[in-house]
Design a protein around this ligand. Structure first.
Ligand code: GTP
Ligand code: MG
Length: 325
């Protein structure tokens, strides 16, 4: 499922981040969703903020599988110039770890005449504004349970000499890894009208049946999860349990999908992480190979077209020569 959700305010955010980089920025805090720590890492943000110390915060860890959170923290902490921390943005004391880490990443800043300037960024709905409010100890930024709540950049003076910049959630123009598109949509990072809920729910069933089958069985009282390709039957059974039937008994698949996605987003299926570092590396490799193949095919078609056109020009010139003799 190709997802391309890059509305106007995301273009404006990319421009604002470029300007902020030019004006001076000391630390980039990228909030990742701990349920999808690879898919929620934005390659566009990485290129816009290249060269600045980066702190990756695995937020919503209260909803994620603790063993997987530990594996992803190891993976990010092994990257150069990168620190990673787990967080539940609403909790006061762990959030303080972030201010401490920022000070450590930019030890020469943090005074009135040399303020520490921290960019808080990440995909939509990941908890950026919630974290800022927790750090500020007041409702400094607007929050809400849907993507696209913050619309423009906002500066928050945490204390004299420590500035935070809240930014609107940003994705990237073309999400090449198909699984990432599904995981982002399942998490609630993508606008409702930009994807097909049933398709995303079927993919979520497949991931849950593979990684957390007991949770699916328990939550919906299912005896059988079926074999490969049996996701539709499982989603239908979920719909039956959740009253997604129309008169006559047929299950409305979009209602079943909505129910499953809502349960997942609210953590009612337990603590779940959709992807491992190894899986993500494999998907990225496959997407890059696919892209290279497509680029080679495009280039071959361009060359063939060029050869055809120059052949036609030669024929025309020969015809013109014959007519002249
Ligand atoms: N369970 C859980 N929910 C969280 C956490 N952090 C934020 N939320 C919820 O996630 C939703 C989005 O939070 P926001 O702070 O508005 O997210 P944002 O990243 O600023 O979103 P945009 O401005 O739309 O990009 C809200 O319903 C928050 O209550 C967390 O650590 N755990
Ligand atoms: Mg926000």
């Amino acid at each position: 499922m190709p997802i391309n959700w890059f509305p106007g305010h995301m273009h404006a955010t990319a421009r604002a981040i470029k300007e902020r980089m030019a004006a001076g920025l000391d630390v980039v805090v990228e909030l990742l969703d701990a349920r999808l720590p690879g898919s929620s890492c934005n390659p566009l943000l990485a290129s816009l903020t290249a060269g600045r110390p980066s702190l990756k915060v695995l937020n919503k860890q209260d909803l994620a599988d603790p063993a997987q959170t530990a594996a992803w923290l190891d993976c990010y902490n092994a990257q150069p110039d990168t620190r990673a921390l787990p967080l539940d943005a609403g909790e006061r004391s762990p959030a303080r770890l972030i201010t401490r880490a920022c000070r450590e990443l930019a030890p020469c800043r943090g005074e009135l005449h040399k303020p520490l300037r921290v960019l808080i960024c990440g995909i939509p709905n990941v908890g950026k504004s919630t974290l800022i409010n927790t750090l500020a100890g007041k409702r400094a930024a607007k929050t809400g349970d849907e993507p696209g709540i913050t619309k423009t950049e906002q500066k928050i003076v945490l204390e004299p000499g420590f500035y935070l910049f809240d930014t609107p959630g940003m994705l990237w123009p073309r999400i090449a890894v198909a699984q990432s598109g599904y995981h982002l949509a399942a998490s609630g990072a993508i606008g409702r009208n930009a994807f097909d809920e049933a398709e995303v729910a079927l993919e979520l069933v497949a991931v849950l049946a593979r990684r957390y089958p007991e949770r699916l069985r328990q939550r919906y009282g299912l005896a059988e999860l079926g074999g490969p390709g049996g996701e539709e039957a499982v989603l239908e059974a979920i719909g039956l349990k959740r009253g997604a039937k129309v008169r006559g008994g047929a299950v409305q698949m979009h209602k079943a999908a909505e129910a499953l996605l809502m349960d997942f987003r609210q953590g009612l299926l337990g603590r779940i992480t959709l992807e491992t570092p190894e899986e993500m590396a494999g998907w990225r490799r496959a997407a890059a190979e696919d892209e290279a193949r497509q680029a080679a095919a495009r280039e071959a078609a361009r060359q063939a077209d060029k050869a055809r056109r120059s052949g036609r020009r030669r024929d025309d010139a020969a015809d013109a020569g014959d007519a002249g003799t």
